[in-house]
Write a protein that binds this ligand. Structure first.
Ligand code: PAF
Length: 289
């Protein structure tokens, strides 16, 4: 059954209501098919497409959601400026084996009177959570809704948003949600910049400066390998980023993968994570060490 749509010829159907979504997913699952979900906020790039490909490889059916979630933005300007390219996204997905795009209106996710928040304590107090109050509550709430609305069997998230991935994993475990969460490696431009929808907001000049983020993480990783301690290396990395043209560094930190606790040296499975501002755009990145 999978692949019944002629890839490259027609756009996947765009579903706007949870009823239409459930009808499609229910039909596929009743036929014994495994349904994969790729949640996105649109402005699709190669990073998203790598998630789609991972879903295609292990699922019979693939649903991509496009929903710019107002609950996870900290400022109205950021929400307003977030790139919205649904037409182009649908064209892009026509070249994949995607069975449906779920692009609901805000009222389908947050109907009038909506007053429930999913909040994952601890993991969300640090890193991006500390700098973007309420952001992960917004993410956890919308992802729970996307899981319960689609009832997908598997869901695919990028490791670029490493903290988000850990928050979603914990939420799924704590709430016994019946979906398998899979993390996929960060996709990078040839020069190393992590792919992100926000890169579209960078001028050519800022785009060149943005490289300093990945470079700082790599230099810090080298410093750790040479026996250095994370706090001192982070201070030097922060100074280099500011000198390169970043206006503010929210954090650059060595953290344990499982609970995101601070580490001085990578004694257990660890990641270097950073978030910084450049020309009014907040960029994040992380690498394994
Ligand atoms: O990573 C994103 O694009 C968003 O945070 C997500 C997971 C689609 C929830 O809105």
């Amino acid at each position: 059954m999978a692949g019944a749509r002629i890839v490259g010829q027609a756009r996947p159907p765009v579903l706007r209501s949870k009823a239409a979504l459930r009808e499609a997913v229910g039909r596929w699952q009743a036929a014994g098919e495994v349904v994969g979900l790729v949640p996105t906020m649109g402005a699709l790039h190669e990073g998203h497409l790598s998630l789609v490909r991972a879903a295609e490889a292990s699922c019979d059916r693939v649903v991509v959601t496009i929903f710019v979630n107002p609950a996870q933005f900290n400022s109205p300007t950021d929400l307003e400026n977030y790139p919205r390219t649904e037409e182009r996204d649908a064209e892009t997905l026509a070249r994949c084996r995607v069975d449906a795009i779920y692009a609901p209106p805000v009222s389908e996710i947050y109907p009038q009177g909506f007053c429930t928040t999913v909040s994952v304590a601890g993991l969300t107090d640090v890193l991006c959570g500390a700098h973007r109050p309420g952001h992960f509550d917004g993410v956890a709430t919308v992802v729970t809704k996307l899981f319960t609305q689609t009832r997908a069997d598997r869901a695919f998230f990028g490791e670029k948003d490493f903290q988000q991935l850990q928050v979603i994993r914990r939420m799924v475990r704590d709430l016994d949600l019946e979906v398998e969460v899979l993390g996929c490696p960060t996709m990078r431009e040839e020069d190393g910049l992590a792919m992100s929808s926000r890169n579209l907001l960078l001028s050519d000049r800022a785009r060149a400066v943005a490289l300093a983020l990945h470079a700082a993480l790599q230099e810090m990783a080298e410093g750790l390998r040479a026996g250095g301690k994370a706090p001192a290396l982070a201070e030097a990395a922060r100074a280099r980023m500011l000198a390169a043209g970043f206006t503010e560094v929210d954090y650059i930190d060595l953290r344990a993968c499982d609970d995101l606790s601070v580490l001085e040296r990578p004694g257990r499975e660890a990641r270097l994570l950073a978030a910084a501002w450049l020309a009014g755009v907040r960029l994040i990145d992380n690498i394994a060490v």
